[in-house]
Design a protein around this ligand. Structure first.
Ligand code: CA
Length: 241
């Protein structure tokens, strides 16, 4: 497993590298956002996960995450935030990060989160809950003439293919598995995304807005991802009535 650590605090970066290498990871360091983008976009190096500090000189972590997403690089990102800034979490999710860890953190928690991120992706790809694709794997779901491909984290229509982040895919999957039932914002935060802190629930609403743009024929009049007032959201299979 290869991990890129983007962190300007040298002692922290060295400490994480030392411990990850002891766990068998291959580690590369970038001391600022500019260098991280060089490694990922210019040198086209591939990693299994990226550990990304928010507060970086020159180009910050949010911008790095956004640029990766724009370049269609969907390597899982664990964002390191300042504990005093919960708004960082919201901004990080909007930029396309997969999980976050507030500083300062215990090494054991860091390793658990990183391994969780890597495992979740594998587990997610192995799930056998959706309809078979041409090769017999049960990881496709069709709605509104669009195919959600949970193996490749893609949403395909006749005109375009959109890459989904792990967080978007997890939210969609949970709503589909509970189709017809209202899923609360609390459930989404705590059970779908494993967030236990006081995350701003606007994060969810912003995800839904984006998923509606992908899925709905008319995003201003959503039929698939419906709002349930005072509770949360409900997935409804369209065109089945
Ligand atoms: Ca920093």
């Amino acid at each position: 497993m290869k991990v890129l650590i983007v962190e300007d605090e040298q002692h922290l970066a060295d400490g994480l590298r030392f411990n990850l290498e002891a766990e068998g990871f291959t580690v590369e360091l970038a001391a600022d956002g500019k260098r991280a983008l060089e490694i990922l976009l210019s040198e086209n190096k591939e990693f299994d996960a990226i550990v990304l500090d928010v507060m970086l000189p020159e180009i910050d972590g949010f911008t790095v995450a956004k640029k990766l997403r724009e370049a269609e690089i969907f390597t899982p990102v664990l964002m390191l935030t300042a504990r005093s800034r919960p708004e960082d979490v919201l901004q990080g999710f909007e930029a396309g990060t997969d999980d976050y860890l507030p500083k300062p953190f215990e090494l054991s928690i860091f390793l658990a989160r990183l391994n969780g991120l890597l495992r979740r992706r594998e587990w997610f790809q192995r799930e056998k809950i959706f309809t078979k694709n041409a090769t017999g794997a049960n990881d496709l779901f069709e709605i509104n003439n669009k195919i959600i491909d949970f193996k490749n984290l893609e949403l395909r229509s006749e005109i375009e293919t959109i890459k989904l982040t792990l967080m978007e895919a997890k939210l969609l999957r949970h709503l589909i598995l509970n189709a017809g039932t209202a899923v609360s914002r609390k459930t989404i935060l705590e059970e779908v995304w494993d967030l236990h802190e006081d995350t701003d629930t606007r994060a969810i609403d912003n995800f839904i807005v984006r998923l509606r743009r992908y899925l709905e024929d008319d995003a201003t009049n959503p039929l698939v991802l419906q709002t349930v007032r005072g509770i949360g959201y409900k997935f409804v299979s369209a065109g089945k009535s």
